[in-house]
Design a protein around this ligand. Structure first.
Ligand code: PLP
Length: 390
Protein backbone atom coordinates (compact mmCIF):
# COMPACT_ATOMS: atom_id res chain seq x y z
CA UNK A 1 0.00 0.00 0.00
CA UNK A 2 1.33 3.42 -0.91
CA UNK A 3 1.17 5.99 1.88
CA UNK A 4 -0.92 8.22 -0.31
CA UNK A 5 -3.57 7.46 -2.96
CA UNK A 6 -3.59 9.95 -5.86
CA UNK A 7 -5.35 13.14 -4.79
CA UNK A 8 -5.65 12.09 -1.13
CA UNK A 9 -3.67 13.13 1.91
CA UNK A 10 -1.25 10.67 3.51
CA UNK A 11 -3.05 7.79 5.24
CA UNK A 12 -3.34 7.76 9.02
CA UNK A 13 -0.83 6.19 11.40
CA UNK A 14 -2.89 3.16 12.44
CA UNK A 15 -3.74 2.38 8.80
CA UNK A 16 -0.10 2.56 7.76
CA UNK A 17 0.95 0.46 10.76
CA UNK A 18 -1.30 -2.33 9.48
CA UNK A 19 -0.78 -1.98 5.73
CA UNK A 20 2.52 -0.27 4.84
CA UNK A 21 4.91 -2.93 3.56
CA UNK A 22 2.34 -5.59 4.50
CA UNK A 23 0.77 -6.51 1.17
CA UNK A 24 -1.20 -9.74 0.66
CA UNK A 25 1.10 -12.45 -0.71
CA UNK A 26 0.73 -12.40 -4.53
CA UNK A 27 1.11 -16.22 -4.77
CA UNK A 28 -1.42 -17.34 -2.15
CA UNK A 29 -3.43 -14.24 -1.24
CA UNK A 30 -2.37 -14.66 2.42
CA UNK A 31 -3.10 -11.39 4.22
CA UNK A 32 -0.14 -11.86 6.57
CA UNK A 33 3.38 -11.33 5.20
CA UNK A 34 5.01 -14.79 4.90
CA UNK A 35 7.90 -15.69 7.18
CA UNK A 36 10.69 -16.50 4.70
CA UNK A 37 13.38 -18.36 6.63
CA UNK A 38 15.50 -19.22 3.58
CA UNK A 39 19.19 -18.38 4.03
CA UNK A 40 19.80 -18.52 0.28
CA UNK A 41 17.78 -18.08 -2.92
CA UNK A 42 17.99 -20.00 -6.21
CA UNK A 43 19.63 -18.40 -9.24
CA UNK A 44 18.45 -19.29 -12.78
CA UNK A 45 21.98 -18.95 -14.09
CA UNK A 46 25.33 -18.49 -12.29
CA UNK A 47 25.80 -14.94 -11.03
CA UNK A 48 22.25 -13.94 -11.96
CA UNK A 49 20.22 -13.74 -8.76
CA UNK A 50 16.58 -12.69 -8.70
CA UNK A 51 15.38 -10.08 -6.19
CA UNK A 52 17.10 -11.99 -3.37
CA UNK A 53 20.41 -13.78 -3.17
CA UNK A 54 21.40 -14.38 0.47
CA UNK A 55 19.49 -13.41 3.63
CA UNK A 56 22.26 -11.33 5.25
CA UNK A 57 22.13 -9.10 2.15
CA UNK A 58 18.34 -9.03 1.84
CA UNK A 59 15.30 -11.00 2.96
CA UNK A 60 11.65 -10.51 1.93
CA UNK A 61 10.26 -10.57 5.50
CA UNK A 62 12.90 -8.07 6.69
CA UNK A 63 12.24 -5.89 3.62
CA UNK A 64 8.53 -5.75 4.49
CA UNK A 65 9.34 -4.70 8.06
CA UNK A 66 11.78 -2.03 6.88
CA UNK A 67 9.12 -0.55 4.54
CA UNK A 68 6.64 -0.54 7.42
CA UNK A 69 9.02 1.21 9.84
CA UNK A 70 10.09 3.80 7.24
CA UNK A 71 6.45 4.68 6.69
CA UNK A 72 5.71 5.08 10.43
CA UNK A 73 8.72 7.34 11.10
CA UNK A 74 8.37 9.20 7.79
CA UNK A 75 11.85 8.29 6.49
CA UNK A 76 13.23 7.39 3.07
CA UNK A 77 13.93 3.86 4.30
CA UNK A 78 14.80 1.75 7.33
CA UNK A 79 17.32 -0.91 8.30
CA UNK A 80 16.37 -3.65 10.79
CA UNK A 81 19.25 -4.73 13.03
CA UNK A 82 20.02 -7.47 15.55
CA UNK A 83 19.47 -5.18 18.56
CA UNK A 84 19.01 -1.55 19.53
CA UNK A 85 22.73 -1.36 20.32
CA UNK A 86 23.60 -2.68 16.84
CA UNK A 87 21.47 0.14 15.36
CA UNK A 88 23.13 2.76 17.59
CA UNK A 89 26.65 1.57 16.67
CA UNK A 90 25.72 1.76 12.97
CA UNK A 91 24.55 5.35 13.47
CA UNK A 92 27.86 6.24 15.20
CA UNK A 93 29.68 4.76 12.20
CA UNK A 94 28.78 7.97 10.31
CA UNK A 95 31.32 9.79 12.52
CA UNK A 96 34.88 9.61 11.18
CA UNK A 97 37.85 8.87 13.44
CA UNK A 98 38.65 12.00 15.46
CA UNK A 99 35.04 13.21 15.21
CA UNK A 100 33.18 14.51 18.24
CA UNK A 101 29.73 13.36 19.37
CA UNK A 102 27.64 15.52 21.72
CA UNK A 103 25.23 13.15 23.43
CA UNK A 104 22.50 13.13 26.08
CA UNK A 105 24.05 12.38 29.48
CA UNK A 106 21.22 10.25 30.84
CA UNK A 107 20.89 8.13 27.72
CA UNK A 108 20.41 4.39 28.08
CA UNK A 109 23.46 3.03 29.96
CA UNK A 110 24.52 0.83 27.03
CA UNK A 111 24.84 3.90 24.78
CA UNK A 112 27.24 5.44 27.29
CA UNK A 113 29.13 2.13 27.62
CA UNK A 114 29.63 1.62 23.87
CA UNK A 115 30.70 5.26 23.45
CA UNK A 116 33.20 5.32 26.30
CA UNK A 117 34.50 1.73 26.35
CA UNK A 118 34.38 0.74 22.67
CA UNK A 119 34.18 3.69 20.28
CA UNK A 120 36.47 6.05 22.18
CA UNK A 121 39.25 3.49 21.64
CA UNK A 122 38.57 3.82 17.90
CA UNK A 123 39.11 7.59 18.05
CA UNK A 124 35.60 8.99 18.58
CA UNK A 125 35.25 11.68 21.20
CA UNK A 126 32.08 11.83 23.34
CA UNK A 127 30.80 14.76 25.37
CA UNK A 128 27.82 13.87 27.60
CA UNK A 129 25.56 16.81 28.27
CA UNK A 130 22.16 17.49 29.83
CA UNK A 131 20.32 18.00 26.54
CA UNK A 132 17.22 19.29 28.34
CA UNK A 133 19.43 22.37 28.85
CA UNK A 134 19.14 23.85 25.34
CA UNK A 135 21.68 26.65 25.87
CA UNK A 136 24.33 24.28 27.29
CA UNK A 137 23.83 21.86 24.38
CA UNK A 138 24.16 24.65 21.80
CA UNK A 139 27.39 25.81 23.51
CA UNK A 140 28.79 22.30 23.03
CA UNK A 141 27.73 22.29 19.36
CA UNK A 142 29.52 25.64 18.89
CA UNK A 143 32.75 23.97 19.99
CA UNK A 144 32.41 21.70 16.93
CA UNK A 145 30.65 18.36 16.60
CA UNK A 146 30.08 15.78 13.88
CA UNK A 147 26.93 14.41 15.52
CA UNK A 148 24.31 15.35 18.09
CA UNK A 149 22.87 12.18 19.66
CA UNK A 150 19.64 12.80 21.58
CA UNK A 151 17.50 10.56 23.69
CA UNK A 152 14.21 12.23 24.63
CA UNK A 153 12.49 11.61 26.97
CA UNK A 154 15.58 10.36 28.79
CA UNK A 155 16.04 7.14 30.63
CA UNK A 156 15.30 7.04 33.58
CA UNK A 157 14.83 10.75 34.48
CA UNK A 158 12.35 11.54 31.67
CA UNK A 159 14.05 14.83 30.77
CA UNK A 160 12.91 16.41 27.50
CA UNK A 161 15.19 17.84 24.81
CA UNK A 162 13.87 20.51 22.44
CA UNK A 163 14.08 18.59 19.16
CA UNK A 164 13.31 21.42 16.73
CA UNK A 165 15.62 23.99 18.29
CA UNK A 166 18.51 21.56 18.74
CA UNK A 167 18.13 20.07 15.24
CA UNK A 168 18.27 23.59 13.76
CA UNK A 169 21.34 24.46 15.84
CA UNK A 170 23.08 21.20 14.92
CA UNK A 171 22.44 21.77 11.22
CA UNK A 172 23.80 25.32 11.49
CA UNK A 173 27.00 23.87 12.97
CA UNK A 174 27.27 21.00 10.46
CA UNK A 175 26.38 18.18 12.88
CA UNK A 176 24.12 15.24 12.03
CA UNK A 177 21.19 14.69 14.41
CA UNK A 178 20.37 11.18 15.63
CA UNK A 179 17.41 10.60 17.99
CA UNK A 180 16.80 7.48 20.06
CA UNK A 181 12.99 7.34 19.85
CA UNK A 182 12.59 4.10 21.82
CA UNK A 183 10.52 5.57 24.68
CA UNK A 184 7.90 7.32 22.55
CA UNK A 185 7.71 5.13 19.43
CA UNK A 186 6.69 6.88 16.20
CA UNK A 187 3.10 6.88 17.46
CA UNK A 188 3.83 9.71 19.92
CA UNK A 189 6.95 11.37 18.47
CA UNK A 190 8.42 11.63 14.96
CA UNK A 191 11.86 13.27 15.15
CA UNK A 192 12.46 13.27 11.37
CA UNK A 193 9.52 15.68 11.01
CA UNK A 194 11.29 18.01 13.47
CA UNK A 195 14.61 18.09 11.64
CA UNK A 196 16.48 14.98 12.81
CA UNK A 197 18.48 13.06 10.20
CA UNK A 198 18.27 9.59 11.71
CA UNK A 199 16.02 7.81 14.21
CA UNK A 200 17.14 4.73 16.14
CA UNK A 201 15.01 2.34 18.15
CA UNK A 202 15.48 -0.54 20.45
CA UNK A 203 12.58 -2.42 18.84
CA UNK A 204 12.87 -4.78 21.80
CA UNK A 205 10.64 -2.24 23.56
CA UNK A 206 7.37 -0.68 22.33
CA UNK A 207 7.76 -1.66 18.67
CA UNK A 208 7.77 -5.33 19.65
CA UNK A 209 5.61 -4.70 22.69
CA UNK A 210 5.46 -8.29 23.95
CA UNK A 211 8.98 -8.77 25.41
CA UNK A 212 9.66 -11.66 23.04
CA UNK A 213 12.28 -10.37 20.62
CA UNK A 214 15.47 -8.29 20.74
CA UNK A 215 15.96 -5.96 17.77
CA UNK A 216 16.86 -2.51 16.54
CA UNK A 217 15.67 -0.14 13.81
CA UNK A 218 17.43 2.70 12.00
CA UNK A 219 15.36 5.11 9.91
CA UNK A 220 16.97 7.82 7.78
CA UNK A 221 15.81 10.70 5.63
CA UNK A 222 18.84 10.78 3.37
CA UNK A 223 19.16 7.89 0.87
CA UNK A 224 22.97 8.28 1.12
CA UNK A 225 22.85 7.43 4.84
CA UNK A 226 20.61 4.46 4.12
CA UNK A 227 23.00 3.18 1.48
CA UNK A 228 25.85 3.42 4.00
CA UNK A 229 23.82 1.55 6.66
CA UNK A 230 22.86 -1.20 4.20
CA UNK A 231 26.45 -1.60 3.09
CA UNK A 232 27.62 -1.77 6.68
CA UNK A 233 24.90 -4.21 7.68
CA UNK A 234 25.79 -6.57 4.84
CA UNK A 235 29.50 -6.19 5.53
CA UNK A 236 29.35 -6.53 9.34
CA UNK A 237 26.28 -8.77 9.54
CA UNK A 238 24.15 -7.37 12.40
CA UNK A 239 20.83 -8.24 10.71
CA UNK A 240 17.45 -8.86 12.32
CA UNK A 241 16.41 -12.51 11.78
CA UNK A 242 13.40 -13.26 9.54
CA UNK A 243 11.44 -14.57 12.55
CA UNK A 244 12.09 -11.44 14.63
CA UNK A 245 11.18 -9.31 11.60
CA UNK A 246 7.92 -11.21 11.24
CA UNK A 247 7.12 -10.76 14.95
CA UNK A 248 7.70 -7.02 14.64
CA UNK A 249 5.38 -6.81 11.63
CA UNK A 250 2.70 -8.46 13.72
CA UNK A 251 3.38 -6.11 16.65
CA UNK A 252 3.27 -3.03 14.47
CA UNK A 253 -0.41 -3.68 13.74
CA UNK A 254 -1.36 -2.98 17.37
CA UNK A 255 1.20 -0.25 18.12
CA UNK A 256 -1.38 2.57 18.09
CA UNK A 257 -3.76 0.68 20.40
CA UNK A 258 -1.03 -0.34 22.80
CA UNK A 259 0.53 3.13 23.02
CA UNK A 260 -2.85 4.70 23.85
CA UNK A 261 -3.31 2.26 26.73
CA UNK A 262 0.28 2.59 28.01
CA UNK A 263 -0.18 6.36 28.04
CA UNK A 264 -3.57 6.19 29.79
CA UNK A 265 -2.29 3.83 32.50
CA UNK A 266 0.94 5.75 33.09
CA UNK A 267 -0.95 9.04 33.56
CA UNK A 268 -3.08 7.40 36.26
CA UNK A 269 -0.07 5.82 37.97
CA UNK A 270 1.86 9.13 37.91
CA UNK A 271 -1.09 10.97 39.41
CA UNK A 272 -1.39 8.42 42.22
CA UNK A 273 2.35 8.37 43.01
CA UNK A 274 2.55 12.15 42.90
CA UNK A 275 0.30 12.50 45.92
CA UNK A 276 1.66 9.53 47.89
CA UNK A 277 3.10 10.07 51.39
CA UNK A 278 5.98 7.62 50.79
CA UNK A 279 7.11 9.07 47.44
CA UNK A 280 9.60 11.95 47.41
CA UNK A 281 9.49 12.75 43.68
CA UNK A 282 7.80 11.56 40.47
CA UNK A 283 9.34 12.05 37.03
CA UNK A 284 6.69 11.93 34.27
CA UNK A 285 6.34 14.51 31.50
CA UNK A 286 2.55 14.28 31.73
CA UNK A 287 2.55 15.91 35.17
CA UNK A 288 2.02 19.70 34.87
CA UNK A 289 4.89 20.33 37.34
CA UNK A 290 7.41 18.40 35.20
CA UNK A 291 9.95 20.91 33.79
CA UNK A 292 9.50 19.53 30.26
CA UNK A 293 5.69 19.37 30.37
CA UNK A 294 4.96 22.26 27.97
CA UNK A 295 7.69 21.21 25.54
CA UNK A 296 6.34 17.63 25.61
CA UNK A 297 2.90 18.88 24.67
CA UNK A 298 4.39 20.66 21.65
CA UNK A 299 6.60 17.90 20.28
CA UNK A 300 4.88 14.68 21.43
CA UNK A 301 1.25 13.62 20.96
CA UNK A 302 1.23 11.62 24.23
CA UNK A 303 3.43 11.22 27.29
CA UNK A 304 4.05 7.47 26.99
CA UNK A 305 4.21 4.63 29.48
CA UNK A 306 7.53 5.30 31.25
CA UNK A 307 8.03 7.06 34.57
CA UNK A 308 10.31 6.98 37.58
CA UNK A 309 9.82 7.85 41.23
CA UNK A 310 12.04 8.24 44.26
CA UNK A 311 11.45 6.64 47.64
CA UNK A 312 14.70 7.93 49.19
CA UNK A 313 17.02 4.99 49.87
CA UNK A 314 18.21 1.71 48.39
CA UNK A 315 16.57 -0.24 51.22
CA UNK A 316 13.19 1.43 50.73
CA UNK A 317 13.36 0.92 46.95
CA UNK A 318 14.15 -2.78 47.46
CA UNK A 319 11.28 -3.21 49.93
CA UNK A 320 8.76 -1.61 47.58
CA UNK A 321 9.97 -3.54 44.55
CA UNK A 322 9.99 -6.90 46.34
CA UNK A 323 6.41 -6.31 47.52
CA UNK A 324 5.05 -5.81 43.98
CA UNK A 325 2.81 -8.62 42.72
CA UNK A 326 1.54 -7.47 39.31
CA UNK A 327 4.67 -5.50 38.27
CA UNK A 328 7.65 -7.82 37.69
CA UNK A 329 11.18 -6.79 38.66
CA UNK A 330 13.00 -6.88 35.31
CA UNK A 331 15.17 -4.86 32.95
CA UNK A 332 13.72 -3.69 29.66
CA UNK A 333 10.45 -1.86 29.03
CA UNK A 334 7.68 -1.27 26.55
CA UNK A 335 5.98 -4.67 26.76
CA UNK A 336 2.33 -5.27 27.56
CA UNK A 337 3.30 -6.41 31.07
CA UNK A 338 4.23 -3.85 33.74
CA UNK A 339 7.85 -3.90 34.89
CA UNK A 340 9.79 -2.27 37.72
CA UNK A 341 13.50 -1.57 37.44
CA UNK A 342 16.08 -0.20 39.88
CA UNK A 343 18.38 1.88 37.62
CA UNK A 344 21.31 2.18 40.11
CA UNK A 345 21.78 -1.60 40.33
CA UNK A 346 20.22 -2.75 37.04
CA UNK A 347 20.04 -0.79 33.75
CA UNK A 348 22.39 2.05 34.75
CA UNK A 349 24.93 0.12 36.85
CA UNK A 350 27.57 0.55 34.11
CA UNK A 351 27.56 4.36 34.56
CA UNK A 352 30.18 5.54 37.09
CA UNK A 353 28.52 6.41 40.42
CA UNK A 354 29.49 10.13 40.55
CA UNK A 355 28.06 10.66 37.07
CA UNK A 356 24.94 8.69 37.94
CA UNK A 357 24.37 10.82 41.03
CA UNK A 358 24.98 14.04 39.09
CA UNK A 359 22.22 12.93 36.70
CA UNK A 360 19.82 12.51 39.64
CA UNK A 361 19.78 8.70 39.59
CA UNK A 362 19.81 8.08 43.32
CA UNK A 363 19.66 4.72 45.11
CA UNK A 364 15.99 5.27 45.92
CA UNK A 365 14.91 5.73 42.29
CA UNK A 366 12.52 3.15 40.80
CA UNK A 367 11.65 3.14 37.11
CA UNK A 368 8.32 1.77 35.93
CA UNK A 369 7.32 0.55 32.51
CA UNK A 370 3.56 0.77 32.87
CA UNK A 371 1.86 -2.00 30.91
CA UNK A 372 -1.63 -2.42 29.52
CA UNK A 373 -3.22 -4.38 32.39
CA UNK A 374 -6.35 -3.15 34.19
CA UNK A 375 -5.44 0.16 35.76
CA UNK A 376 -7.22 -0.70 39.03
CA UNK A 377 -4.88 -3.69 39.50
CA UNK A 378 -1.77 -1.60 38.82
CA UNK A 379 -2.81 1.11 41.26
CA UNK A 380 -3.69 -1.44 43.96
CA UNK A 381 -0.35 -3.21 43.48
CA UNK A 382 1.59 0.04 43.93
CA UNK A 383 -0.57 1.12 46.90
CA UNK A 384 0.08 -2.20 48.65
CA UNK A 385 3.82 -2.14 47.92
CA UNK A 386 4.26 1.47 49.06
CA UNK A 387 2.16 0.68 52.14
CA UNK A 388 4.91 -1.67 53.35
CA UNK A 389 7.03 1.46 54.04
CA UNK A 390 4.54 2.47 56.74
C1 PLP B 1 16.33 3.90 25.13
C2 PLP B 1 17.11 2.67 24.77
N1 PLP B 1 17.91 2.70 23.70
C3 PLP B 1 18.64 1.61 23.33
C4 PLP B 1 18.58 0.43 24.05
C5 PLP B 1 19.39 -0.75 23.61
O1 PLP B 1 18.56 -1.67 22.93
P1 PLP B 1 18.80 -3.26 22.89
O2 PLP B 1 18.71 -3.77 24.29
O3 PLP B 1 17.68 -3.73 21.99
O4 PLP B 1 20.13 -3.48 22.29
C6 PLP B 1 17.74 0.36 25.17
C7 PLP B 1 17.67 -0.89 25.94
O5 PLP B 1 17.15 -0.93 27.05
C8 PLP B 1 16.99 1.51 25.54
O6 PLP B 1 16.19 1.50 26.61
Amino acid sequence: MADRAPGRPSRGFATRAIHAGQHPDPGTGAVVVPLVTAATFMQKSPGQPGDYEYSRTGNPTRDALEANMASLEGGAGAVACASGMAAIVMAFDLVETGGRVVATNDSYGGTYRVGENVLRRRGLDFTWVDTSDTAATIRELERGAAMLFLETPTNPMLRIADLRTLADAARAHGALVVVDNTFMSPYFQRPLEMGADIVVHSSTKYLNGHSDGVGGILVARDPGHLERFRYLQNAAGAILSPFDSWLLLRSSKTLALRMERHDHNAREVARMLDGHRNVAAVHYPGLPAHPGHELSRRQMSGFGGMLSFDVGTMDRARRVMEALRVFHIAESLGGVESLANHPATMTHASIPEPMRRAMGIGDGLVRLSVGVEDIADLLADLEDALGTLG
